[in-house]
Design a protein around this ligand. Structure first.
Ligand code: VGL
Ligand code: ZN
Length: 206
């Protein structure tokens, strides 16, 4: 198990709303900044993703009368978890954590900007068919391997990793540079699914 430095590092959603005091705080979210900064600059390509929702987004509980955050609802494309309003376009919560060395990004992929579709994955929106364009970017740069880090392991990292592997990229996740929303629940399920798909989970850089 080695980190694929000849591939792309994909830094997922290290934004204020997922860190301490944020609207959708991931426990220990800000702790990923140090480990991620330590990996930046070591890969052939570096991509950051940024969750980027318009006000009134379909994934916000506030858009569904009589529903609460963390409820599940059926939308046109399937089951969707409802979240507190987060990462609203242009807001402070949507900005990257101020400690993250964002200058290292070759590309920033924004996702979730269509009002009626959420997008956990860096590759496809939650309808599982609308592409973000990242696959094409990596392929045209000749990149065949990806290494994922960031927030949250049980949602955006998981969906990105599974899609990357299914698209044919050799895919690794560095767990020490990730945090999860619900460790015993969706976190455990996420690890199981990633392993099942052939994603390599690396505990920490050596
Ligand atoms: C995320 C829930 C909603 C994530 C984004 O980055 O994992 N989770 N939006
Ligand atoms: Zn979101």
């Amino acid at each position: 198990m080695t980190i694929p430095f000849d591939g792309a590092l994909i830094v997922v959603d290290v934004q204020n709303d997922f860190c301490a005091g944020g609207a959708l705080e991931v426990p220990g979210g800000g702790d990923v900044v140090g480990p991620i900064n330590g990996l930046l600059g070591k890969f052939a390509a570096t991509v950051f993703t940024q969750d980027w929702h318009p006000p009134g987004h379909a994934s916000f509980a506030s858009s569904h009368p009589a529903r609460s955050a963390f409820d599940k609802v059926e939308l046109e494309y399937g089951t969707q978890v409802l979240w507190p309003d987060h990462c609203v376009i242009g807001s402070e919560g949507a900005q990257f954590h101020s400690g993250l060395k964002t200058d290292r990004a070759d590309l920033i992929v924004r996702k979730g900007f269509r009002k009626s579709i959420d997008s956990y994955s860096a590759f496809f929106e939650n309808d599982r068919t609308t592409p973000t364009g990242l696959e094409g970017y990596l392929l045209t740069r000749g990149i065949g391997k990806v290494c994922l880090v960031g927030l949250a392991l049980d949602y955006c990292v998981r969906y990105s990793a599974v899609d990357a592997k299914k698209l044919g990229f050799e895919t690794t996740v560095v767990e020490s540079a990730c945090r999860e929303i619900a460790p015993g629940e969706s976190g455990a399920e996420a690890r199981a699914e990633m392993l099942e798909c052939g994603v390599e989970l690396i505990p920490a850089p050596v």
